[in-house]
Design a protein around this ligand. Structure first.
Ligand SMILES: Cc1cc2nc3c(=O)[nH]c(=O)nc-3n(C[C@H](O)[C@H](O)[C@H](O)COP(=O)(O)O)c2cc1C
Length: 331
């Protein structure tokens, strides 16, 4: 029985072309919350993914975990990413998320964080491929949604994932594979290993979505093309620079005058719909320091950003940064 769409099939049969052949905002815990995702889709991301959500927490019906599944109607299409170690948790979690309006379920097999790894989740699954495949199988058995998998290249350089990982996850029921071109032991150091990504992509019957180091439009498109991938997952390159998605669609990859200010205020106001003061300002500082980069005087503005504690302060600082960003500095 055919369980998945293959990259050689016609696009009409592909249930999630916006993910497999597009420019998706990569899941980033603590960053890609609802407000930031809305900014990204407005600026041209073709698809969104939630932050990673614990399958065990959902399985226990944890209220806090369930709140991470909330998304706004403007955030479509959106996939939900689950992480965990036990197939039975994925079985319950996938049944629970299925009716909520997500376009697909993504399985996290790449998170390098020690605590996650110790629990047997995230990139730990790369060291236990049979368990990863069992998780894909039970997830697929408990949902009508397409199932996708996000991996790294392996736990360590000495212990890479099999070259035919695409074929293996396809047989288990997945319909797309995202590959972050680093090993777990690399964390975020060094560069994505394009050669290895290409090997995986060439052997994969599934569409492969390339991930790692999409720091600019040119770098992102080169990563996709060098690795023979069909689509892109853009992570840190979009944090503080969601205009990269407009650039990937052929538009201006940088904010127009006034746009930095407007975008920051939009994002903050959306966040204030679901995070109370003063926490919202503490959390938002992390976004501000990313927005305030790459222009004369940015370091000094960042120093002030980490002390902001009101809407008015953020408003004034964002306006100042916007002007500084668009002011040519005499040599
Ligand atoms: C702060 C942060 C949080 C992340 N959270 C997740 C996550 O929840 N799920 C996931 O699959 N990857 C997560 N990642 C990894 C990214 O999705 C992506 O794979 C990685 O950053 C490499 O892509 P990039 O070079 O485009 O940033 C996270 C990365 C960062 C920096």
């Amino acid at each position: 029985m055919r369980t998945s769409w293959h990259r050689t099939d016609t696009m009409a049969e592909n249930p999630i072309p916006f993910y497999t052949h597009g420019f998706t905002m990569a899941p980033m815990a603590g960053v890609t919350d609802s407000a930031f995702r809305r900014i990204c889709i407005q600026l041209g991301a073709t698809c969104l993914v939630t932050e990673m959500v614990t399958a065990a927490g959902l399985s226990r019906k944890s209220v806090k975990t369930k709140s991470m599944l909330k998304f706004h109607q403007d955030e479509k299409p959106i996939g939900v990413q689950l992480f965990g170690a036990k197939p039975e948790d994925f079985a319950r979690a996938s049944a629970l998320v299925s009716p909520l309006g997500f376009s697909f379920i993504d399985i996290n097999a790449g998170c390098p964080v020690k605590r996650v790894l110790r629990s047997g989740s995230g990139s730990a699954l790369l060291g236990d491929i049979p368990r990863l495949l069992e998780i894909v199988r039970v997830t697929k058995q408990n949902t009508d949604l397409p199932v996708t998998v996000k991996i790294r290249l392996g736990l360590t350089r000495e212990n890479p994932v099999p070259d035919n990982i695409g074929e293996l996850v396809a047989e288990a029921g997945a319909c797309a594979l995202a590959v972050h071109g680093r090993f777990r032991t690399d964390f975020f150091a060094g560069e994505a290993d394009r050669k290895r990504m290409k090997q995986i992509s060439e052997l994969s019957p599934l569409p492969v979505i390339a991930n790692g180091d999409s720091t600019s439009v040119e770098a992102a498109l080169k990563l996709r093309d060098d690795t023979g991938s069909t689509g892109l997952l853009v992570g840190r390159g979009a944090w503080g620079n969601p205009w990269i998605f407009r650039g990937l669609n052929g538009g201006n990859p940088h904010p127009e005058p006034g746009e930095l200010h407007d975008t920051i205020m939009n994002q903050l106001l959306m966040m204030m719909e679901y995070i109370p003061s003063p926490q919202v300002f503490h959390i938002f500082r992390g976004h501000l320091v990313q927005y305030f980069r790459g222009f004369y005087g940015a370091a000094e503005i960042r120093n002030r950003a980490v002390r902001t504690q009101s809407l008015r302060e953020v408003d004034m600082l964002a306006a100042e940064a916007d002007i500084a960003m668009h002011t040519a500095v005499e040599e």
